[in-house]
Design a protein around this ligand. Structure first.
Ligand code: OOG
Ligand code: NI
Length: 462
């Protein structure tokens, strides 16, 4: 047995393999990747301070390789196994998102690397939802859907065997890691032959489009793969020139000098040919819409205080102008959003001073040369230019945006009311583990960087 491959390396390999697969499955994704690369190149050339900050936090190289995907699972057993698969790649469940509030019968987590080193090697994340059949009113249909789901096996035998091997040996050697990537990719592949009859598909679809998407197919096809751009407004504006029609508004915070959290926009799901199984074993052709394209821009991770202010301002905006699904009031919404968010400081020092965002601290060139400063506090060290601070990138998702993305892909008539019913305990029981708290992780990264600066300047025991 050879040496074990680092989990981050397996993750990087998997992310690249997924990207190559999706590019052949959904060509518009390739077009979007090219556009994002072009815009990112221009932004970096025009903004040396941004380049410098990304460089100082070891995050310049990751940008062009950065993406997230999304899948929707059908059963607790699938979710629990998926957790073990992602663990082999150093991806752990962070956060709990209740989408029932937005009329979507799923709850979700994001599998992603945690810790600064793993994130800077490759930050690949997968937004992973579990269908909530308990939110389906029709009991007969619920039982039928459950029976269909319980019959499918979304992982290859070899993928399962390799996960068990990795767990037993604490990792995989190069040959096994390559095989693992290949085998796990199968789970995410698109299958145009449905698992169900056309009649069953329509009954599921009538209950909710998303239920049909989860239950009718052999596996949880990756439904989008999202590159990270440094200027989402520019990409949004250029999309039509590449024959891609974006949704009317960018989800999340408004355009700002200092980006916060996450902004996202998408193009609509494609209508794709599928075939349904008939009683007599023949295939009947039809269509299904599931897969779409999305881009995102990531900003600073907010503290609980910052997040509360963000949520408050977003709610305030939406109470003034509720964005219509057809985009007819997009301009009014964007104006209201910009105006409302004037209350959120838009310079790094202001965001930091108000305790709204997380930052990493590092020594400047002057700091490196400085004599020990055991009596100085961090504010003094920053003011004297011995220590610099850089925003910590938000690595997670936003439920309201996620709901907007879901909705825009379900068709404009698909809005449905569910009672908001978060059930994190149930989700974690199904997952077989607790989800990590995102805030704890950002706070720990911030604290570690602060401690190492203070230690270097003789203030803390190293
Ligand atoms: C996932 C939608 C959520 C995001 O970027 O917020 C998401 C889905 O449609 O399955 O990917
Ligand atoms: Ni997404």
């Amino acid at each position: 047995m050879g040496q074990h491959v680092a989990a981050s390396e397996i993750r990087a390999g998997f992310s690249a393999a997924m990207s190559a697969m999706y590019r052949t499955e959904v060509p518009a994704y390739g077009t979007l990747m090219e556009l994002v690369a072009e815009v990112n190149g221009k932004v970096l050339a025009a903004d040396p301070a941004l380049r410098d900050s990304l460089d100082a936090t070891n995050s310049l190289d990751r940008i062009s390789e950065e993406r997230h995907g999304a899948i929707r699972l059908g059963t607790p057993a699938e979710l629990a196994m998926m957790r073990r698969v992602f663990a082999v790649m150093g991806m752990f469940p962070v956060g709990y998102y209740d989408l029932s509030e937005a009329g979507v019968p799923v709850h979700s987590t994001a599998f992603r690397p945690v810790g600064e080193d793993a994130l800077s090697i490759n930050p690949f994340r997968v937004f992973t939802s579990l269908l909530r059949l308990d939110l389906i009113a029709d009991e007969t249909l619920r039982a039928e859907a459950e029976a269909i789901l319980n019959k499918r096996q979304i992982f290859t035998d070899e993928a399962v065997a390799l996960v068990e091997k990795a767990e037993k040996n604490g990792g995989l050697d190069k040959a096994d890691a390559d095989r693992f990537v290949e085998q796990v990719l199968e789970t995410f592949r698109w299958h145009d032959k449905a698992n169900v009859s056309e009649d069953m598909y329509h009954r599921l679809h009538d209950a909710h489009r998303l239920i049909a998407d989860v239950v009718s197919f052999k596996g949880p096809h990756i439904n989008h793969l999202t590159p990270r751009t440094l200027d989402i407004d520019a990409v949004q504006d250029l999309m039509p020139s590449r024959a891609i029609a974006p949704k009317a508004i960018v989800e999340g915070p408004p355009t700002r000098v200092c980006p916060i959290l996450l902004r996202q926009t998408s193009f609509k799901a494609l209508e794709e040919p599928v075939s349904f199984r008939s009683e007599d074993g023949s295939w009947k052709s039809g269509s299904h819409t599931a897969r779409f394209g999305e881009i995102e821009q990531r900003g600073v991770a907010l503290t609980p205080k910052g997040r509360a202010l963000y949520d408050q301002l977003l709610t305030e905006t939406r109470s003034k102008v509720r964005p219509a699904a057809d985009g007819s009031n997009a301009d009014a919404y964007v104006a209201a959003l910009g105006e409302t968010f004037e209350q959120f400081p838009d310079d790094w020092a202001g965001i930091r001073a108000a305790g709204l965002g997380y930052f990493t601290y590092s020594l400047t060139a002057a700091g490196e040369k400085s004599a020990p400063r055991p009596d100085a506090d961090i504010e003094a060290l920053v003011a004297e230019g011995l220590v610099r601070f850089d925003p910590i990138t938000y690595e997670d998702f936003l439920p309201v945006s996620a709901a907007g993305i879901f909705q825009s892909n379900l068709g404009d008539d698909a809005a449905q009311e569910f009672q908001a019913s978060p059930n994190q305990m149930r989700f974690e029981a199904d997952l077989g583990a607790a989800v990590l708290n995102e805030f704890d992780h950002y706070a720990a990264i911030e604290q570690a960087s602060l401690d190492s600066c203070l230690a270097a300047l003789g203030k803390l025991e190293a």
